[in-house]
Ligand binder design. Structure first.
Ligand SMILES: [Zn+2]
Length: 74
């Protein structure tokens, strides 16, 4: 199964992305410990932070997996 990363947008929505390269941390550090992803709930680019799946409930994980987006920063 494809690796997915569960993230939380700045407005608090959980969703998952197909790829979440964190090497942008070094050069784009001013955005904080996440990166801009188009949130499927907001429909806007949000600064989104990866979540540790072990701290999420099963319902939260399922919700996030259903709201799956491909990486989209264009
Ligand atoms: Zn959102």
């Amino acid at each position: 199964m494809e690796e997915r990363t569960i993230v939380r947008c700045a407005a608090g929505h959980l969703f998952s992305v197909g790829s979440f390269p964190l090497q942008s941390l070094g050069s784009g550090g001013r955005l904080g410990p996440g990166r801009l992803v188009r949130c499927p709930c907001c429909g806007r680019l949000r600064s989104s932070v990866p979540q540790d799946p072990s701290v999420l409930s099963r319902a939260e994980r399922r919700l996030a997996e259903r709201r799956h987006v491909e990486d989209d920063v264009s």
